[in-house]
Design a protein around this ligand. Structure first.
Ligand code: G3P
Length: 219
């Protein structure tokens, strides 16, 4: 499973990329808005300059023609931009047109296996089931990810499954156990994944033990 960062914050992204584990980014209008009054294009292009991988940027208009126009603009900003389109009837139409033009789509706000099936048939490169938001309303978000993966495997669809709306390390682990292609995670979750109190205690003890004999050992 690959890890994308779900962020529009370049400081977080730089750190994640330095760790060598982040191979793409997803943003959404909320995350872009959290970066203040920065221009959408410059935020996306800054992200593309940091990570050499897919960067999802979402359309923020309604209506097929307006969505298509904006999607083409987003895609023109950088060759790594993947256009995020909502899983609506209009979104499906837009996805199938963009796919024929060779523009990569991440069908987002996916909450059912049927939406994912339609995403694959329309030619989406990625589909993003939102795990946390289903959990929020008392449904099993990871079960959705699992169902989609099984369906795509059964029919050998090439659409990749991005487990999204990941809220904690256990979501990330569960996504890997059901075979998600990608988990897109907040930076906070990435930091939580590497942290373990026994690693920290053990490392501190090893270093202090070494201090006692370090005079005899020149490294
Ligand atoms: O990738 C989608 C994600 O940003 C949504 O997360 O926590 O707002 O449900 P959340």
């Amino acid at each position: 499973m690959r890890i994308f960062l779900d962020t529009a914050n370049t400081d977080e992204l730089r750190q994640g990329v330095k760790w060598g584990v982040v191979s793409g980014v997803t943003t959404n209008p909320t995350l872009i808005a959290q970066e203040g009054n920065k221009e959408y294009q410059s935020v996306v292009q800054d992200i593309c300059a940091i990570v050499n991988g897919p960067v999802s940027a979402e359309v923020v208009v309604e209506g097929v023609e307006a969505m298509l126009e904006q999607a083409r603009t987003l895609a023109s900003w950088h060759h790594n931009v993947v256009v995020k389109i909502p899983a609506t009837p209009e979104g499906l139409e837009v996805t199938s047109i963009l796919a024929k033009e060779g523009i990569k789509v991440n069908l987002t706000l996916c909450f059912s296996p049927n939406q994912a099936l339609l995403a694959a048939l329309a030619g989406a490169t990625y589909v993003s089931p939102f795990v946390g938001r289903l959990d929020d309303i008392g449904q099993d978000g990871m079960l959705l990810v699992k169902s989609i993966i099984e369906m795509f495997k059964y029919y050998s669809y090439s659409t990749k499954v991005i487990a999204a709306s990941i809220r904690h390390p256990m979501h990330c682990l569960a996504a890997s156990q059901v075979g998600a292609d990608i988990a897109t995670i907040p930076f906070k979750v990435l930091k939580q994944m590497i942290k373990h109190p026994l690693t920290e205690d053990g490392n501190a003890r090893f270093l202090s033990d070494w201090q006692r004999v370090s005079g005899k050992n020149n490294l």
